[in-house]
Design a protein around this ligand. Structure first.
Ligand code: CTP
Ligand code: MG
Length: 222
């Protein structure tokens, strides 16, 4: 089973507000991207990696990969305006004979091999895709403007993370047919095409870095 990883790292990081794209903001002594890149490269599950880079940062991505000794990086492509478009561009670099695509956000640096194993195991069980999910602690309500219209059953909710794994052909089809611009994760496109996606146990360490406080929280966990 040939597993290609797509690393979405092309966002600008507006909410973080650094003087450079979020993937190159400092986490400890390194750019944020280094952590997830090194962990994907070290994983026995992953064969090749394609990185979606911020516009103008393709070269620094390749240099960083070389510096870290990440030999599995096959390409750095320029990302698009939205996450979906960035993933689509990276997906175009994944060869036809790839069996599985594992999509991960550089904004979640603390990637453990266990969670990669869990999503890939679900594909071996015959699922089209798999996503890590955590129970939701807060009560979640649906609203219209400032009016609450519905309280959702908490036991039916999961906060979903990356890495997300998919049968390559299923993901490609979902990207070619779906509303890629609007999609906030890959799974939603696969679900919209009727794909069967399993939720597996997520990892609380897979914190998504959005603002400066998140960066400090994750730096403390390194
Ligand atoms: N991403 C991407 N291409 C985009 C936008 C986002 O590859 N055009 C990636 C980011 O690099 C990140 C992941 O998608 O790894 C999740 O996005 P988010 O946390 O929203 O990052 P940014 O879009 O960079 O941050 P912001 O929304 O604050 O600008
Ligand atoms: Mg964003």
């Amino acid at each position: 089973m040939s597993v290609w990883a797509v690393l979405a790292a092309a966002g600008s990081g507006e909410r973080l507000g650094a003087d450079r794209p979020k993937a190159f903001a400092r986490l400890g002594d390194e750019p944020l991207l280094a952590e997830s890149l090194r962990r994907l490269d070290a994983s026995d599950w992953v064969e090749f990696i394609v990185v979606a880079a911020p516009p103008g940062w393709e070269e620094p991505v390749i240099l960083l990969a070389e510096e870290l000794g990440c030999s599995k990086v096959s390409a750095a492509v320029v990302g698009g305006e939205t996450r979906g478009e960035s993933v689509a561009r990276a997906l175009a670099e994944v060869p036809e004979d790839a069996a599985v695509v594992l999509v991960h956000d550089a904004a979640r640096p603390l990637l453990e091999d266990d969670v990669i194993e869990r999503v890939l195991t679900a594909l071996n069980e015959g699922w089209d895709g798999a996503v890590p999910g955590l129970p939701v602690a807060d009560t979640v309500k649906r609203v219209e403007g400032d009016r609450v219209v519905e309280t959702l059953r908490r036991d039916e909710l999961r906060a979903v993370q990356t890495p997300q794994a998919f049968v390559a052909s299923v993901l490609r089809e979902a990207y070619s047919a779906g509303d890629v611009r609007a999609a906030t994760d890959c799974s939603s496109l696969v679900e919209a095409r009727g794909g069967r996606v399993k939720v597996v146990e997520g990892d609380p360490r897979l914190i998504k870095i959005t603002d400066g406080a998140d960066l400090e929280r994750v730096a403390a966990l390194l």
